[in-house]
Design a protein around this ligand. Structure first.
Ligand SMILES: [Zn+2]
Length: 238
């Protein structure tokens, strides 16, 4: 079984989405500024600005806990033979819920990489909210740390792309669920298309119709927190 998730799942935990209704990018007063701040050129020219924008996003996510949708995906992972979770979310809520087979294709805010010596280090998510300057590397004490997330204008990490190919394209899951995402990126929509073409079961869960609504065999206009627990329960009853 494969699952693909996006900001809609985190929104049910109170984390403000980037796109869609009430999204950060939709707000003309902060949307463009945020996109520019969390882009690769800004990271290299003014890392303090990138980290201030990330701090603002972190403040919006403070205290967020995994919800019924995150927990249902853990239950599904524990119940099936093979499971892969492709997520666009960088908030770490899937990890906090206990999901293991995660491909966090856009990275995660709980890790940093030194831009000088490449040392990877964990970052306490709670401490991000108060950052006003880019943190420094504890290893070389000179380098500026970057978040281990894919910024605007950056390539996806090759190792995670390879895992995504392996789990969703080469070994197509029997069931693919896509939940809480408008699936704007082709690499997010493609696994569903591949599964549908291969005659596998495809399910979409999203409050509004999306580009993949016509691809999915079943499409629910519902909260992921309502539908995913029902799917998890059905699997356990089989
Ligand atoms: Zn360093």
């Amino acid at each position: 079984m494969g699952a693909i998730t996006g900001a809609g799942i985190s929104a049910e935990s109170g984390i403000r989405p980037y796109r869609g209704k009430g999204g950060i990018y939709d707000d003309p007063s902060e949307g463009e500024a945020t996109v520019e701040a969390v882009s690769a050129p800004t990271l290299y020219s003014d890392p303090d600005r990138t980290w201030r924008a990330i701090a603002a996003i972190a403040r919006g996510a403070a205290g967020a806990r995994p919800n019924a949708a995150h927990e249902a995906l853990v239950a599904i992972e524990n119940a099936v033979e093979r499971f892969a979770l492709l997520t666009q979310n960088v908030d770490g809520l899937h990890q906090a819920a206990g999901s293991k087979a995660i491909i966090d294709i856009h990275g995660s805010v709980d890790a940093t990489i030194c831009m000088r010596c490449d040392t990877r280090a964990p970052l306490d998510v709670a401490s991000i909210a108060t950052l006003e300057r880019a943190p420094r590397c504890a290893q070389c004490s000179i380098g500026v740390l970057r978040p281990d997330v894919v910024l605007f204008g950056e390539m996806l990490p090759m190792d995670k792309v390879a895992r995504m190919q392996r789990e969703f394209h080469e070994n197509v899951p029997d069931v693919v669920i896509i939940a809480g995402t408008s699936a704007l990126f082709p690499y997010i929509a493609e696994p569903l298309l591949v599964a549908r073409k291969a005659g596998k079961l495809t399910i979409e869960v999203n409050l509004e119709p999306t580009d993949v609504t016509v691809i999915a065999e079943f499409s629910f206009r519902e909260r992921a927190g309502a539908v995913l627990p029902a799917i998890a329960e059905a699997i356990n009853l089989r």
